[in-house]
Design a protein around this ligand. Structure first.
Ligand code: IPE
Ligand code: IPE
Ligand code: MG
Length: 251
């Protein structure tokens, strides 16, 4: 399936849930003799492009990795700029998301953010809570290990309170406590920027996701690159433990 056919909206398999590790902003800027911050600012345009393309293509959930629990270790100035940028973009874009019937949520431990930013996030989540064209989840101060640990704690609390028996702890009940509970299974995980790692992103949710890695740096990842990734997904055979023959005969 070519990108051209996708653009023409041919009959291809559209992933229900796509997640992206948006990497390479710093290198993009450095290649141009600019400070890393310039890369982050230019990355915002790519976010707009993928959000709009995903919605147009009928993707039901899009999850973007914006700031990891490890990113606090960056120089203080860079962290401050990233927080300010998040605040600025949120202020500017929320109405548009709402107009486009997109539900917005932040996943991650937001308690470390400023009160002002927490309020902006809560307001945006509230405003868009009944929208149902697509769910946009922004992972901020997110870590896959944090997500699983947090879910385990919630279950432990229920056991402690006598609401749940230990035998009722199942993959499903743990899944329900994770931050993307209720959304379709993750189908496609994209990483830009040329590295082949997951960097503590959706460890639990990526169990059977298809992975797509590209050298393209995040600020250069626009609609055409996104459609390329989706076209590549369409060509994958997902076997979920079965043999190729079994999959073909069940089609
Ligand atoms: C991704 O780009 C954005 C964040 C992690 C916030 P980077 O800032 O990691 O860019 P590189 O990997 O240094 O090029
Ligand atoms: C992962 O990128 C986090 C985000 C894209 C937000 P990093 O650039 O922080 O990943 P590592 O540290 O190089 O693995
Ligand atoms: Mg990076």
């Amino acid at each position: 399936m070519t990108e051209q056919q996708l653009q023409e909206n041919s009959d291809i398999i559209i992933p229900k849930h796509i997640a992206i590790i948006m990497d390479g902003n710093g290198r993009w800027a450095q290649q141009r003799g600019k400070t890393r911050v310039v890369g982050h600012k230019n990355g915002v345009e790519s976010v707009r492009a993928v959000v709009s393309t995903a919605r147009k293509q009928g993707v039901k959930a899009l999850t973007l990795f914006a700031f990891s629990s490890e990113n606090w270790q960056r120089p203080e100035k860079e962290v401050t700029v990233l927080m300010d940028l998040f605040m600025f973009v949120l202020t500017r874009e929320v109405k548009k998301l709402h107009k486009n019937n997109i539900r917005f949520q932040v996943i991650g431990d937001v308690s470390r953010f400023s009160d002002k930013l927490i309020k902006k996030i809560t307001d945006a989540e509230k405003l868009t809570e009944n929208n149902n064209d697509m769910v946009l989840s922004i992972a901020a101060n997110y870590g896959g290990r944090w997500d699983i640990t947090h879910a385990a704690k919630q279950l432990a609390q229920k056991v402690n309170d006598g609401e749940l028996a230990i035998d009722d702890i199942t993959e499903q009940s743990l899944d329900q406590q994770t931050s993307l509970a209720g959304l379709p299974e993750l189908d496609l995980l994209i990483r830009t920027g040329g590295d082949f790692r997951i960097s503590n992103f959706l460890l639990w949710q990526a169990a059977y996701a298809e992975f797509y890695f590209t050298e393209v740096l995040w600020p250069d990842f626009k609609e055409d690159e996104f459609l390329k990734a989706m076209a590549c997904f369409d060509q994958r055979e997902r076997r979920f433990g079965q043999t190729g023959e079994q999959v073909k005969s069940s089609k």
